[in-house]
Ligand binder design. Structure first.
Ligand code: HEM
Ligand code: HEM
Length: 464
C-alpha cells in the first residue's frame, strides 16, 4: 500500500533536491559495484578456482569491496542525506550546492582511483580500510572537508535559534573524520606496535564517529518526520551524542585483545566498550520510543520498516560488539569469521538499513516521485533474509573456527568445519545483491523531474 505521508514537498529548492539525489544515485552505483565484488570474494573462499586472475585475487578484491561499500556506498548515501537534513532543519537552502557537487566528483574520482589501483595491486599493504595510496586519500580528504564546510555554512545560516539534534551528530561526524584521517595517514609514529594501535583507533572510530554519527543524525530527522511527531526525548539525543564522543575514541584497542599492545590499554578499551552501552541504548531506546503508538504508520509505510530494522540492528549488533570485547569471549572469537559477521550485522543491519529507510522516506518527498511499493517490499525481504543468512552462517563458521583453535587442532580442521558456512554466506550474498539491483531500479523511479520549481526557503518544514 502507498504511504499517504509520501507526497512531494514543493518547498524543497531545486538545487538542493538535485544534489541530494545525485549523491544517492552515485552511492547506489558504488553499492552495486562494491557488493558484486564482495560476492566474488565470497565465492572464492569455497571455490578457489573461480575467476583465477591476478587482479581478481582475494587479497585485491577484499580491500576493493570494503573501500567501495564503506567510502562509496555508505558514506556517499549518508553525506547526501545529511546535506538535505542540515538544509531542512535549518530552514535554508543548502549553502552552495555547486561546491557540494564538486565534492561529489572528488569522491567519485578517489573511488575510481581506489578501485583501479587496488585491483592492480597498488596499495599501502594490510592497513584495514586505509589501503589507498596517499594521493587518493588526499582527494578524499578534500571532498570530506568541502562537504563538512557546506554543512557547517548551512547550519550557520539557519533561521532558527537552536541547532536541531540531527545537526549535532552530522557536524560532529564531519569534525571527527578529518582528525581520524590525518591521524591514520601520518607516517612518523606508525612503526611496529604504534601502527597496530593506530589501526584499531582508525577502524573503530571510522565506524563510530563517522557512519554512526551520520546515520543517527539522519534518523533523528527522518523518523519524527515520517511519523509526524516529535522525537521521544531531545535530552536523550544529546546525552547519546556526548557519551558517544566520550567512549568511542578509546575503544580501538579492543581489536587487539591478547596482542602485545599494553595490557592496560586493552583493559581501558574493554571498559569503554561497556560504557558504549550508554549511547547505544540511549539512541536505540529514544528512537524506538518515538514509534510508541505508531504501529499503524509503520504498517502503512514502506520506509519505516527499514528504519525500525536498522535501529534494532544498531542496538543488538553493538551489544554483540560489547560482549565480543570481553577477554573470555574474545579468546574464542578473535581472528575468526565471527568478526566478519559482526561487521555485516552493523554496517549492513544498522547503517545500510537506516540509509535505505531515509532514502525511501525522504527522496519521494523532494522529487515528487515514488517507487512501486511492491518493488520496495521485494528489496526489503531480499536484503533482510540475505543478511540474516550471511550473518548467521558466518558467525557459526567463526564459532567453529574458534573452538577448533582453542582445542589446539590443526588449522585445516577449522577450514573444513567452516567451509559449508562459506557457501551459505554466498547464498545470503546473492539475495543481498539481488535486493540491491531492485533498490537501484527504485532509485531510478524516484529521480527528479527536469523542471522542479524553486520556492522560498522559509516554507521548508522541520520535524515537529
Ligand atoms: C558498543 C558498540 C560496539 C562495540 C563494543 C564493538 C566491538 C567490536 C569488537 C570487540 C571488534 C573486534 C573483534 C575482534 O577482532 O576480535 C569489532 C569489530 C568491528 N566492528 Fe564493532 N563494536 C561496536 C559497534 C559497532 C558499530 C556500530 C559498527 C558499525 C557502524 C561496528 C563495526 C565493526 C567492524 C566493521 C569491525 C571489524 C573491524 C575489522 O577488524 O576490520 N561496530 N567491534
Ligand atoms: C553494503 C553492504 C556491505 C557492507 C557495508 C560490507 C562491509 C564489509 C566489511 C566492513 C568487511 C570487513 C569485515 C572484517 O574484516 O571484519 C567486509 C568483508 C567482506 N564482505 Fe562485505 N559488506 C557488504 C556486503 C557484502 C556482500 C553482499 C557480500 C557477499 C557475499 C560481502 C562479502 C564480504 C566478504 C567475502 C568479505 C571478506 C571477509 C573475510 O575477509 O573473510 N559483503 N564487508
Amino acid at each position: 500500500m502507498r504511504d499517504p505521508g509520501l507526497v512531494a514537498a514543493p518547498s524543497a529548492d531545486a538545487a538542493t533536491v538535485r544534489v541530494t539525489f545525485e549523491y544517492v544515485a552515485w552511492a547506489t552505483v558504488w553499492l552495486l559495484v562494491g557488493t558484486t565484488i564482495g560476492l566474488i570474494a565470497s565465492i572464492k573462499l569455497h571455490w578457489p578456482e573461480f575467476l583465477p586472475y591476478a587482479w581478481l585475487s582475494f587479497g585485491r578484491v577484499r580491500p576493493a569491496h570494503t573501500s567501495l561499500v564503506l567510502l562509496g556506498w555508505a558514506s556517499l548515501a549518508l553525506v547526501g542525506l545529511s546535506l538535505y537534513v542540515v538544509s531542512r532543519t535549518s530552514r535554508v537552502p543548502l549553502w552552495s550546492p555547486r561546491l557540494a557537487r564538486i565534492a561529489l566528483w572528488l569522491w567519485n574520482l578517489a573511488l575510481l582511483g581506489g578501485l583501479v589501483t587496488l585491483l592492480a595491486g597498488v596499495s599501502r599493504g594490510p592497513q584495514e580500510y586505509r589501503e589507498w595510496v596517499w594521493p587518493l586519500a588526499v582527494i578524499l580528504a578534500a571532498a570530506v572537508l568541502i562537504d563538512g564546510y557546506v554543512a557547517y555554512r548551512t547550519v550557520a545560516a539557519r533561521t532558527l535559534p537552536e541547532v536541531y539534534v540531527s545537526n549535532w551528530y552530522i557536524l560532529g561526524g564531519f569534525c571527527y573524520l578529518p582528525i581520524l584521517y590525518v591521524t591514520s595517514y601520518l607516517p612518523f609514529y606508525q612503526a611496529g606496535l604504534g601502527n597496530t594501535v593506530v589501526a584499531g583507533y582508525y577502524m573503530h572510530n571510522a565506524m563510530g564517529m563517522w557512519f554512526t554519527q551520520l546515520a543517527l543524525g539522519v534518523s533523528y530527522y527522518a523518523i519524527p518526520r515520517l511519523l509526524g511527531r516529535p522525537v521521544y526525548s531531545y535530552a536523550l539525543g544529546v546525552l547519546g551524542f556526548w557519551t558517544n564522543l566520550l567512549f568511542y575514541p578509546l575503544i580501538g584497542a579492543h581489536h587487539f585483545i591478547f596482542s602485545p599492545v599494553p595490557w592496560w590499554l586493552q583493559s581501558t578499551a574493554i571498559l569503554f566498550s561497556v560504557g558504549m552501552m550508554v549511547p547505544v541504548w540511549a539512541g536505540t531506546g529514544n528512537l524506538l520510543l518515538t514509534f510508541k503508538g505508531g504501529g499503524g504508520a509503520v504498517r502503512r509505510s514502506y520506509a519505516l520498516p527499514f528504519l525500525v530494522t536498522g535501529l534494532i540492528g544498531y542496538g543488538l549488533s553493538s551489544t554483540q560488539g560489547t560482549i565480543e570485547a570481553f577477554r573470555t569471549a574474545n579468546v574464542y572469537l578473535h581472528f575468526t569469521n565471527f568478526t566478519v559477521g559482526h561487521s555485516h550485522a552493523t554496517m549492513y543491519g544498522f547503517i545500510t538499513f537506516i540509509a535505505w529507510g531515509a532514502v525511501y522516506g525522504l527522496v519521494p518527498r523532494l522529487t515528487g516521485r515514488e517507487p512501486s511499493p511492491l518493488a520496495v517490499g521485494v528489496h526489503f525481504w531480499l536484503a533482510l533474509v540475505g543478511v540474516l543468512t550471511y550473518v548467521i552462517a558466518i558467525s557459526i563458521a567463526g564459532i567453529l573456527q574458534g573452538l577448533a583453535w582453542v582445542a589446539g587442532q590443526s588449522f585445516i580442521v577449522s577450514v573444513i568445519a567452516a567451509e559449508p558456512m562459506w557457501l551459505w554466506r554466498t547464498i545470503g550474498g546473492l539475495l543481498m545483491v539481488g535486493g540491491h539491483v531492485v533498490f537501484a531500479a527504485n532509485v531510478w523511479a524516484m529521480r527528479p523531474q527536469r523542471a522542479t520549481v524553486p520556492t522560498p526557503p522559509n516554507a521548508v518544514g522541520i520535524p515537529a
